[in-house]
Design a protein around this ligand. Sequence first.
Ligand SMILES: Nc1ncnc2c1ncn2[C@@H]1O[C@H](COP(=O)(O)OP(=O)(O)OP(=O)(O)O)[C@@H](O)[C@H]1O
Ligand SMILES: Cc1ncc(CO)c(N)n1
Length: 269
Amino acid sequence: MINEFPQTLTIAGSDCGGGAGMQADLKTMQMRRVFGATVIVAITAQNTLGVQKAYPLTTEQINAQFASIADDFRIRACKTGMLADIPTVQIVAENLRRYDFGPYVLDPVMVAKGGAKLLADDAIAEVKRDLIPLCTLITPNLPETEKLTGIKVEQPEQMKEAARQLQSMGAKNVLVKAGHFNDPDYATDYVLLADQRDFWMKAKRVHTKRTHGTGDTISSCIVAELAKGKPIEEAIKISKQFVTASIANTIQIGHGHGPLNLWAFGGEK
Ligand SMILES: Nc1ncnc2c1ncn2[C@@H]1O[C@H](COP(=O)(O)OP(=O)(O)OP(=O)(O)O)[C@@H](O)[C@H]1O
Ligand SMILES: Cc1ncc(CO)c(N)n1
């Protein structure tokens, strides 16, 4: 039957270096055996050393891509990544309200590993108002958590407090990622589900600077699992294992924050 195969959509920026952004999303989706489509909202000239240039696309260019996807595919789960600026956040929110793309994972990307801004500061309020109430799951890292909630996260207890606040802002489920936490031994993420159950996901911290695209990878893996019909708790747990294996089994590409080894965890038939 047409459109029976699980299809996913990433609405994100392009990383020509292939390690983050929509490229990391597509590669992860491919590994998890779902079909990946893209709405590109910005093009970056980027490598493992940093972001050299960023060019947002126009509202018209973004709208045209959404219409093409909606006219032909049956998207079962989607995500947003880099959203650049206020007009982009607004047009993406409008399209997410217009079309049903299934569960929506909001990765509130703000700053690249090298320090480049991928979201204008004045667009953060827009993300809070327009996108958080639409999302099934939000997946902020610690600096993003602090910007969205105003809570300074120095202790695990503050990750919980921030997650509760993100829920009160409209996010149904919350995954607070701990890549930036100052624990030298473990990377321990916190999950608060819509039904108020919560849990920690602990993995050995890998001492490497080859962590370009970790956030994109975990969120797109969750999207893939949701598209296949996995319950959200299971989707999040598998994705933590997927990203941990991808970080732990380094591949030597580029001179800086190198990309992950997305083959490491393996796919699924
Ligand atoms: N050095 C590490 N060792 C093990 N796990 C890590 C490491 N760094 C990050 N992680 C894990 O990777 C996932 C992504 O978290 P992180 O906080 O790095 O996201 P991010 O900052 O949004 O990433 P990016 O901006 O590069 O896409 C989380 O599950 C986190 O615990
Ligand atoms: C385009 C793009 N999206 C997201 C990130 C964050 O990993 C990045 N570095 N580049």
